[in-house]
Design a protein around this ligand. Structure first.
Ligand SMILES: [Zn+2]
Length: 145
């Protein structure tokens, strides 16, 4: 990954922002909105690369579907975690119904499936919803390994 960037949560433009500036609530060079929103970002097949695979910070991807009950239970856990974990980690959601090519590419067989990407590579994967405390522990273990 030659040029890790951060995609703007508002417009999707890629920004190069050094980690030491994360705490200053950096603004997007294109749209001037904050690059971090504190909320999960919906990824599409079109922006998955810039949003996830070229991200300069680790990204947790939640593969979900509208018909999946455990996904609905986990959604508020994921949303709340995003407000606490950014800018250390970014939370991204992939709707497997609107982005089936991504689900196929990563071999998603059950949902929800959580995948952590760091420097463009998958570093961890887990299937199934979790309560908040367990999700935090899983994330901590993933990031510290
Ligand atoms: Zn922007």
């Amino acid at each position: 990954m030659a040029h890790p960037t951060l995609a703007c949560a508002h417009c999707g433009a890629t920004n190069r922002i050094p980690a030491e500036r994360f705490a200053d609530n950096p603004l997007c060079g294109r749209c001037k909105h904050p690059v971090f929103s504190g909320e999960p970002i919906d990824a599409s097949e079109a922006n998955f690369r810039s949003l996830v695979e070229q991200s300069s910070i680790p990204v947790v991807v939640d593969f979900w579907a509208s018909w999946c009950g455990p996904c609905k239970q986990f959604a508020p856990v994921f949303r709340e975690a995003a407000s606490r974990w950014e800018p250390k980690v970014r939370m991204v959601k992939v709707n497997t119904e609107s982005a089936p090519a991504l689900a196929q590419r990563f071999g998603i067989r059950s949902i929800p499936t959580l995948m952590v990407f760091d420097q463009g590579r998958e570093v961890k994967r887990l299937s199934g919803a979790m309560p908040p405390s367990q999700f935090d522990q899983w994330l901590l273990g993933t990031l510290n390994q």
